[in-house]
Design a protein around this ligand. Structure first.
Ligand code: SF4
Ligand code: FES
Length: 315
């Protein structure tokens, strides 16, 4: 099996593995951030450039370094390859530039955004961003669009990662939204606000790395760090029924898929579980969910609350 070394850590991985996935197998600090790649999607990646890494040695056969930084989510490893992520000054500098680019049009409305506290861009900017911007032009702005009864698109926040488009392609038979136009004029278009009414359409909310697609049934109900994320399940004939119930006391404020340490859902869930089943009696609450990523949610110490009785979870 080909061997790759990332930030000094070596691992043997299957032929064709990308640098990003090899890094995820090593784990820890050598894993590059990813805003558009999504492991559960058949097609993703190559759009946002946050996962750039430096290949300092191409392979055993051809040890020349790659001339430019490469997108780790779409570059397969070669035997003997050596890669710099956090140890590369070039990568850290480029990442700062990428964050600046992503923020050119992204509004700084974290204080009123439902995604705040679990936003990939917020986390990325915190870790890699510069404190100022050199951009002097006006940001692009769009009106908010309701996509059906349950989803709202706030295009002003979109970073055009294409995750939602690829999710809809994968999970629905008749995708009714996509990226229209080119360059600065690109936008997620829904053609006369057609509703996305497929039973799995709500998953576009979970895959959106920013607050561009939000759950209308939970918008503005609570800051995410005031809620207790609980593993919950129910018998569902459409999906596994395994979800996270975000609770305040005995009340379920929202339902999402269960996410892994990279913020990616483990399984896509159906709209009935997500939007239409907020009644606590319909769920079996398993206990507090461990949020593996560094997160403001963990600051609430919700995991210390008793896990077996939702009665005792009152604030
Ligand atoms: S709406 Fe969200 S998921 Fe869709 S392209 Fe924009 S940022 Fe990505
Ligand atoms: S995660 Fe690789 S380009 Fe976006």
């Amino acid at each position: 099996m080909p061997k790759v070394t990332i930030d000094g850590h070596s691992i043997e991985v299957a032929e064709g593995t990308t640098i990003l996935n090899a890094a995820r197998q090593i784990g820890g600090d050598c894993v590059p951030p990813a805003m558009c790649y999504y492991s559960k999607l058949d097609v993703s990646g190559g759009k946002c450039r946050t996962c750039l890494v430096e290949v300092t040695k191409g392979s055993e056969k051809d040890p020349r370094p790659m001339p430019k930084l490469v997108a780790s989510c779409s570059t397969p490893i070669m035997d003997g390859m050596e890669v710099g992520n956090k140890t590369s000054a070039k990568v850290l500098d480029a990442r700062k530039g990428v964050v600046e680019f992503l923020l050119i049009n992204h509004p700084l409305d974290c204080p009123v955004c439902d995604q705040a506290g679990e936003c990939d861009l917020q986390n990325l900017a915190y870790e890699h961003g510069a404190s100022g911007t050199r951009y002097e032009e006006d940001r692009r702005t769009f009106d908010k669009i309701d996509i059906g009864a349950n989803i709202q698109l706030h295009m002003t926040r979109c970073i055009l990662c294409y995750r939602c488009v690829n999710t809809a392609d994968q999970l629905t038979e008749k995708r009714v939204h996509g990226v229209l136009n080119r360059g600065d004029a690109s936008e997620i278009g829904t053609y006369i606000e057609s509703s996305i009414d497929n039973e799995f359409s709500g998953n576009v909310i979970d895959v959106c790395p920013v607050g561009a697609l939000t759950d209308r049934t939970a918008r503005f109900k609570s800051r995410v760090w005031f809620l207790n994320p609980m593993n919950a399940h129910r018998n569902c004939d459409k999906c596994s029924g395994e979800t996270v119930a975000w609770m305040f006391g005995d009340e379920i404020y929202r339902i999402t898929g269960r996410k892994d340490q990279y913020g990616e859902v483990k399984e896509f869930i159906c709209n009935t579980c997500r939007f239409d089943t907020k009644d606590l009696a319909k769920w079996t609450i398993e206990g507090p969910r461990h949020i593996e990523r560094d997160s403001v949610i963990g600051q609430g110490h919700y995991e210390l609350t008793p896990s077996d009785s939702t009665k005792e979870l009152k604030k």
